[in-house]
Design a binder for this molecule. Structure first.
Ligand SMILES: [Zn+2]
Length: 147
């Protein structure tokens, strides 16, 4: 296989982000909602459990019927750390960056994501953050939180 000059190909197995189309994943609505600026997940129709991450089978009752629900876009930092080495492929130029666990407002849900808008030294536990939709260069989308 030839190499094009100036184009860095990321091997599929090292690609940090999931394939997001309907042909690739049954949670494709999650990514469609993200492009609309919405953070969503699944709620089991049988037992009512709100699941994070979105799932197609309920781990509590094995139900397979799900509703999509919107989650709060605001939360607070439950924990965080700074990544200074060993970034996933494609994020090397971002070092150092912050990853954190965000407790979504009004829920018990904790979401792991990158935290933008402040350095590690400027952050504190309990700090308010809000959803940031992150478009990727190839048309996919992901989410972060920002101060
Ligand atoms: Zn269930």
């Amino acid at each position: 296989m030839g190499e094009e000059k100036g184009v860095r190909r990321v091997p599929y197995l090292l690609d940090f982000y999931p394939l997001q189309g309907e042909e690739h994943t049954r949670i494709h609505p999650f990514f469609t909602h993200l492009t609309e600026g919405r953070l969503t997940t699944t709620r089991c129709k049988a037992c009512g459990e709100v699941l994070w991450q979105p799932r197609v089978v309920c781990p509590h009752c094995n139900g397979e019927e799900m509703d999509w629900i919107d989650l709060p876009q605001e939360g607070e930092l439950h924990a965080f750390t700074s990544v200074t080495v060993g970034a996933p492929m494609g994020m090397e130029d971002d070092l150092p960056f912050v990853v954190g666990i965000v407790k979504l407002r009004g829920t018990g849900l904790k979401v792991l994501a990158r935290i933008d808008g402040a350095s590690y030294e400027d952050l504190s536990i309990g700090q308010a953050v809000r959803l940031k939709v992150q478009p990727l260069e190839d048309g996919r989308v992901w989410f972060r939180f920002q101060v």
